[in-house]
Design a protein. Structure first.
Length: 306
């Protein structure tokens, strides 16, 4: 076993003992033995770039891409020319990203449970909160998102919206410019006393075709309403079918044996929301005694009763 000389006990042999000790790691010319360096755990230049060795640095003091395990699996490194990344032209390692290169990125849907303001799971989470405020209810026309506390809000019909008169007059004797839509021919006509004997004023007159209709828009409050249709009945009149926002609310029979101005009433009409609505008059049916489907009407009074 090589060792260092022991002072006071290796007279005349200490030189041989020392040389034997030094030759463990030194060559005869004083240079280090490679076996001694390797045994100490120090990496040798010959190990550079070799299996179980170490990777050298390039001119920029970075590990060369050639020494990295690149690829598309979980145990490899993705580099700039990976086709899954935007901005990487094929064969160009480390290409920079840009917005115009977004088309080169493949689709990657996220998965797992959503959190924060979102609920559900990816890829189809839903919005449960807005900036931490819980949202409830269902959105619908005319509703607004209203905060009920610092941490919750719901879809509600606004209570502080526009308030309309409790009684609205809808002129149904007007020109086509005030009409939303018509089916068939409707003609605004002015009657003098000499024409009718007991009426003076404008009316809207339809032709005698069945299912002629005319639509107007108007605004009212939410609530229960009564409708009064002022018209000129006669022996060739149809039955006025009244619709609010496309839903039938009642009918007024336009038939009479003689021409006498009058009005017909439809009560208990429920309007769910305040704001603009449409009123449609359809001459779809007629009295069995009537000879036609003509309409001859002047105006409608729409009154809120509750």
């Amino acid at each position: 076993m090589s060792r260092l000389p022991t002072p006071g006990s290796d007279d005349n042999t200490w030189g041989d003992i020392l040389n034997d000790f030094l030759t463990v790691s030194l060559n005869s010319d004083g240079t280090l033995k490679s076996s001694a360096v390797s045994a100490s755990g120090v990496e040798l230049v010959s190990h550079k770039g070799q299996a179980s060795g170490y990777a050298g640095l390039d001119g920029s003091s970075k590990v060369a891409i050639g020494n990295l395990p690149t690829g598309t699996t979980s145990t490899t490194v993705a580099i700039g020319n990976d086709s899954r990344f935007a901005g990487a032209a094929a064969g160009t390692a480390g290409a920079s990203l840009s917005a115009t290169d977004a088309t080169t990125t493949n689709s990657r849907a996220p998965s797992g449970a959503a959190s924060g303001d979102l609920s559900g799971t990816y890829p189809g989470p839903t919005v449960a909160k807005v900036n931490g405020v819980t949202v409830s209810g269902t959105a619908a026309s005319g509703k607004v998102l209203t905060a009920s506390s610092a941490s919750s809000a719901s879809w509600q019909t606004p209570s502080g919206g526009a308030t309309f008169s409790r009684q609205v007059t809808i002129l149904v004797n007007g020109t086509p410019s005030v009409q939303v839509a018509t089916v068939g021919t409707w003609t605004p006509t002015f009657f003098k006393n000499a024409d009718t004997g007991n009426f003076v004023g404008w009316v809207n007159v339809s032709d005698t075709a069945q299912n002629d209709s005319i639509t107007f828009d108007f605004a009212c409050n939410a609530g229960t309403h009564q409708l009064d249709l002022y018209h000129l009945p006669f022996s060739n009149r149809g039955i006025y079918t009244i619709k609010i926002d496309g839903t039938t609310v009642g009918t007024v029979d336009g038939y009479a044996s003689s021409l006498n101005p009058t009005f017909g009433t439809i009560s208990g009409i429920a309007v769910a929301t305040a704001g603009q609505h449409t009123l449609t008059i359809v001459m779809a049916t007629k009295n069995v005694s009537s000879s036609g489907y003509m309409g001859m009407m002047e105006y409608i009074v729409f009154t809120q009763t509750a």
